[in-house]
Design a protein around this ligand. Sequence first.
Ligand SMILES: Cc1ncc(COP(=O)(O)O)c(C=O)c1O
Length: 486
Amino acid sequence: MNSKIPEKGRPYDEILEELETFAADDPDYKNARTWSLVYYLDDEYTQFLEKAYTKFFSANGLNPTAFRSLKRFEKEVIGFTAALFHVDEEACGVMTAGGTESCMLAVKTYRDWAREKGIKKPEMIVPETAHVAWGKGAEYFGVKIRRAKLSDDYRVDVNAVEKLINKNTVMILAGAPEYPHGMIDPVEELSDIALRHKIPLHVDACVGGYILPFIEAGGTKLPLWDFRVPGVTSISADIHKYGFAAKGASCIIYRSIEHFKHQVYVEHDWPGGVFASPALLGTRPGGAYAAAWAAIQANGMEGYTNLAVRTMNAVNRMKEGIKSISELELIGNPPASLISYRSVDPDVNIFAVGDVMQSKGWHVDRLQRPDALHAMVTAPHENVVDEYINDLKNSVAHVKKHPELAQQGEAATYGMIAHIPLKGMVRKSVLDMFSNSYKLSAKEIDLSDSAALSSGADGGEGDDKKQGLADKIIAWYVKKSSAKQK
Ligand SMILES: Cc1ncc(COP(=O)(O)O)c(C=O)c1O
């Protein structure tokens, strides 16, 4: 390892120049080439957010009685969002650093709420499509996760949810929309079940919270998913997604303090003083709160509605474009801005299409069960939809001519991960590969190197050469797949 803190501090200009070089290989989000991860409007808007952020750059929301500015930002952002979701002033909530924090907090809250009722082995019921944040929350907080299957329309199967309920169930989850296929789960039906069994119902609107209300305001009818549905007890929503805020801004809102108070941590006899914390983080970034507040002020209802209308225009053109390619099929009938599509032609491997699209500069996510590509559409994508669809047509035709592409590059890795029958082994290999990649001696992860997965390799000096049974089987599978190609 050769990186060291410089002996003497360096000039600011020089450092800032060097920072630019770090960004050189990053995805080209400014030209709408990314279909996840980034919500970018334009330079002027970004500079405005930066200014808002830097004004409160050093402010710390740890102690809500110190920086009153931050408490005010938080209260107003929660107030705006609560009104958007149609809940009254009895509601309460906090800003968090992101969707994952918001989701994890719900798991903790309902676990502790149920603990008071004597539930010692808590379980939560989530749709199969629930975001990974829920699995993470379940694991971190010791709640058993029960995954309900989907109906044919890719929304959670309500009967499957009801069958999973037992005396240990502490919460039910719905997605609005869920990330993989962009479907809004049947919240009203889930609400009936939740009310009947007196179980809290959380709606994960991390991705949808700041676009669904504006799609509705733009004139598109959507199923109800927010606090208008009586059984909904809490909602998570990210302002750093379709709210176009700076990264680090999400929120969780509860209909009632009776649930929220189980989220709060208090330590009254710490030598450092009496301590109360409403969320996971200790130090809370003032800049992110200020930028979120500023983003909401700058866009307003009208601005967000215009963005939603532009987004839905782009989505509808994307859907038409995908439908015009006979080898592809949209998954489900997603009503909002997230879509996914798969191949219906056995000669067209969708992951290979993903690789070809990537070589054309598009940054696309891959899904599994079923194998598919994903697009989270934003307003600026309206300028690139035609180019995307054209590239997609050409990529499909290219893969059809070159079926061997399915056994190469990232397609081979994703194909293997998605189809190897022994999932526990895949998990172990991914775990090894991923954790090894954090060794200081490790090389960067190369997803096109499926052999690396088979050895949990890090390429580093101190690599553990011993392969477990799992690794051997995966190595065998990799060899088998590459033999097919010859
Ligand atoms: C439905 C849903 N929930 C939770 C999250 C997690 O959000 P974050 O990445 O901000 O932690 C995401 C992220 O895409 C999401 O789509």
